[in-house]
Design a protein around this ligand. Structure first.
Ligand SMILES: C[S@@+](CC[C@H](N)C(=O)[O-])C[C@H]1O[C@@H](n2cnc3c(N)ncnc32)[C@H](O)[C@@H]1O
Length: 349
């Protein structure tokens, strides 16, 4: 299958590289509707839409919900009358109103330079003038710009000094860090605008913590799940800690709630069952139970904790037929000691 060029993303754990494998897997599933239960960068939801599915995306981070909503509902027509240069100039530079700059006040010296913090404050005030597609688009694009301008593309450390140190760098980040928020955002918008028409916009995005599964509908044919995982060194990936800062683009007041106990002042701190081994296994069982009529497709890694076979066992205990595949090859070989491989765990009811 030839696929369009999906937007680039620096989101940790994005499945962009294995989109063709996910598409191939779905070819053999009888599936008209699908939930992307942990949507992250939104790129898999975008693929599902491209494949003609009715899609519901979900993520407990507001910024991720916003991206998924944008990807699932934007149309070519939305871009036709857009003037992103002028809009971004207004959003980032217009400081006419007399307001408190929560980012300038609370985050000086932590993530961005002072003039960039002022642009973020301007953005958060001016974006209130927009709604619908334009609001979602600019929150997405400015968020992507902020990710690109961060060392490691994350917000887990107060490490602006990495950008400021006057050293000769052996890596090519300095140029990316110093590119303006507006230029990065423009590039992002242009990439998205290049996508072909993606068809139906009758899709939705939710912002539910899967601790409250009962809030999610049970009526979808397939539930695709790509939760955070605990890696081979037993370190859980905490997305809330990695991307908390972007939540402020969706809810400005959060910038006044940075947790002073930590140098990086996280503005959101969400726990997840997927940060602990036993809680993860209990969550797998709950998901099997809640979506009792849906096929589950789980993206996972061969070195994850709990081990893939432990997850498969819990699914079998919930009366599911379970297969474990390598992403790409048909047979996942338990005996092969590949230390870190993308896999699919498929559980049919
Ligand atoms: C591995 S990422 C998903 C990556 C995504 N498939 C992609 O290609 O970009 C896992 C996502 O799960 C979300 N998440 C973690 N715990 C959650 C929970 N309890 N409820 C809902 N979302 C959660 C995180 O915010 C993160 O975006």
């Amino acid at each position: 299958m030839t696929m369009p060029r999906f937007p680039a993303t620096r989101f940790q754990g994005s499945k962009r590289k294995i989109l063709p494998e996910i598409a191939k897997l779905l070819e053999t599933e009888n599936c008209k509707s699908i939930i992307d239960l942990y949507s992250g960068s939104g790129i898999v939801s975008l693929l599902f839409r491209y494949l003609g599915k009715t899609v519901l995306a979900n993520d407990y981070l507001k910024y991720n919900r916003n991206t998924a909503e944008l990807f699932l509902t934007c149309s070519k027509h939305d871009f036709s009358s857009l003037n992103p240069e002028a809009d971004l100039d207004f959003l980032l530079q217009n400081s006419g109103a007399n307001y408190r700059g929560l980012v300038s006040e609370g985050f000086s010296g932590i993530y961005f330079k002072d003039y960039e913090n002022a642009e973020i404050d301007n953005f958060c005030h001016n974006i209130k003038e927009y709604s619908g597609f334009k609001k979602a688009l600019y929150i997405y694009a400015v968020g992507q710009a902020l990710i690109k301008k961060r060392p490691y593309n994350l917000f887990h450390r107060a490490n602006l000094d990495m950008r400021l140190k006057d050293v000769v760098r052996s890596f090519g980040n300095a140029k990316t860090w110093e590119t303006s928020i507006a230029d990065h955002a423009l590039k992002c918008i242009k990439e998205l605008a290049l996508l072909p028409d993606l068809g139906s916009t009758d899709n939705h995005a939710m912002n539910i913590d899967t601790a409250n599964l009962e809030l999610l509908p049970k009526s979808y044919d397939v539930v695709y799940m790509d939760p955070p995982y605990i890696n081979g060194k037993s370190v859980p990936v905490n997305y809330s800690n990695f991307y908390h800062f972007l939540e402020g683009l969706c809810d400005y007041e959060l910038f006044s709630k940075g947790d002073m106990r930590y140098p990086h002042k996280p503005i959101v701190n969400l726990e997840s069952a997927w940060h602990k081994r036993d809680a993860s296994l209990a969550k797998v069982a709950r998901i099997c139970e809640h979506f009792s009529n849906s096929t589950l497709i789980m993206s996972y890694r061969s070195d994850g904790t709990p081990a893939p076979e432990e997850i498969a066992e819990v699914m079998r205990g919930c009366r599911r037929n379970v297969e474990v595949h390598s992403a790409g090859e048909y047979q996942y070989a338990l005996s092969r000691k590949t230390d870190n491989e993308e896999i699919f765990i498929i559980a049919r009811s």
